[in-house]
Design a protein around this ligand. Structure first.
Ligand code: NAD
Length: 259
C-alpha cells in the first residue's frame, strides 16, 4: 500500500485498543506493515484481521511490556515477518482505579504502574533501538501524557510519575541517538475517549472536574492522537526529535478555561 509510511515496519505496543489500535489502522492504511504487541492477543488478532480486510498488512503477538523477553520476541517477530523495524511506538499503558494520592496509593499499585508505563517503555527501547540501528535508523514514539507537564487535577500519583519518567527518558534517548538516525519523541495526549479513561469518567464528579480544564471542552478521539503519531512516525517529522509533543485540546496552555 502506498502512503506516508510506505516501506516502513512499525511495532505498536498496546495496539489492540484505543490509541494503539487507531494508530495500527492508520499506519497500515499509510503503507506500513504493523506488528501489534499486546497483552490481549485476541483483540490484537481482531485488529490485525480488520487491517488485512482493509487491504493492509498486520500481525499480532502476545506481549507483556513489563517483561523484556516478551518485547524481545516482538521485535524479533517484526524483523522475521517484515524484514526490519523502522518505527517503535511504545504506547501500552495502564491507569488503575486504585492509583490515587501519595498517601492512599498502595505500594503494589505504584509498582505495577511503573512496571508497565515506565519500565515497559525502557524495555521497548532497550530491545528496539538495536533493531532500529540495524535498519539504518528510525522513529521512536513514547506515549507520555499531558500530566508529564502539568499536575493532574485528580489524584493519580503513580500514573503521573510514570509519564514524567517517560518524558525525561525520551529526551535523553533523543539526544543520545540523534546522530545515528534515530528520532525519539514523547507523545503527550490530553484526555482521550478510550477504554483506559472510561471507568474513571463514569464517575460524574471526576468527569466534570476533568472537563472544566479542557479549553476545547471535549475529549480527544483516538484517531486524533493516531494522526499525531503518524506524523512522528513518518519522515515528515524528520527534524523533530526530543519533542514534548502535546496533543491536548489546549489544556497545558490554559490558566483559566472559557465557560
Ligand atoms: P487502552 O486501555 O484503550 O489501550 C491500552 C492497550 O494496552 C490495551 O490493548 C491493553 O491490553 C494494552 N496493555 C495494557 N497493559 C499491557 C502490558 N503490560 N503489555 C502490553 N499491552 C498492555 O488505552 P489508551 O487510552 O489507548 O492508552 C494508550 C496510551 O496512551 C497509554 O500509554 C496511556 O497511558 C496513554 N494516554 C491515554 C490517555 C487517555 O486519556 N486515554 C491520555 C494520555 C495518555
Amino acid at each position: 500500500m502506498a502512503g506516508r509510511l510506505s516501506g516502513k515496519v512499525a511495532l505498536i505496543t498496546g495496539g489492540a485498543s484505543g490509541i494503539g489500535r487507531e494508530s495500527a489502522r492508520l499506519f497500515a492504511s499509510e503503507g506500513a506493515r504493523v506488528l501489534i504487541a499486546d497483552l490481549d492477543v485476541a483483540a490484537g488478532n481482531a485488529t490485525a484481521a480488520a487491517i488485512a480486510k482493509a487491504g493492509g498488512e498486520a500481525r499480532a503477538i502476545r506481549c507483556d511490556v513489563a517483561h523484556g523477553a516478551d518485547l524481545e520476541a516482538a521485535v524479533a517477530a517484526a524483523e522475521r515477518h517484515f524484514g526490519a523495524l523502522h518505527v517503535l511506538f511504545n504506547n501500552a499503558g495502564i491507569f488503575p482505579a486504585r492509583d490515587g494520592s501519595p498517601v492512599d496509593t498502595p505500594d503494589d499499585v505504584f509498582d505495577q504502574v511503573i512496571a508497565v508505563n515506565l519500565k515497559g517503555v525502557f524495555l521497548g527501547c532497550k530491545v528496539g533501538i538495536p533493531a532500529l540501528l540495524r535498519a539504518g535508523g528510525g522513529s521512536i514514539i513514547n506515549t507520555a501524557s499531558f500530566v508529564a507537564v502539568v499536575g493532574a487535577a485528580t489524584s493519580q500519583i503513580a500514573y503521573t510519575a510514570s509519564k514524567g519518567g517517560v518524558l525525561a527518558m525520551t529526551r535523553e534517548i533523543a539526544v543520545e541517538y540523534a546522530r545515528q538516525g534515530i528520532r525519539a519523541n514523547a507523545l503527550c495526549p490530553g484526555p482521550v475517549n478510550t477504554p483506559l479513561l472510561a471507568e474513571f469518567l463514569a464517575e460524574p464528579a471526576a468527569r466534570a472536574r476533568r472537563f472544566v480544564h479542557i479549553p476545547m471542552g471535549r475529549l480527544a478521539e483516538a484517531t486524533e492522537i493516531a494522526r499525531a503519531a503518524l506524523f512522528l512516525a513518518s519522515d515528515e517529522s524528520s527534524y523533530v526529535t526530543g519533542a514534548t509533543f502535546l496533543v491536548d485540546g489546549g489544556i497545558t496552555s490554559a490558566y483559566v478555561t472559557p465557560e
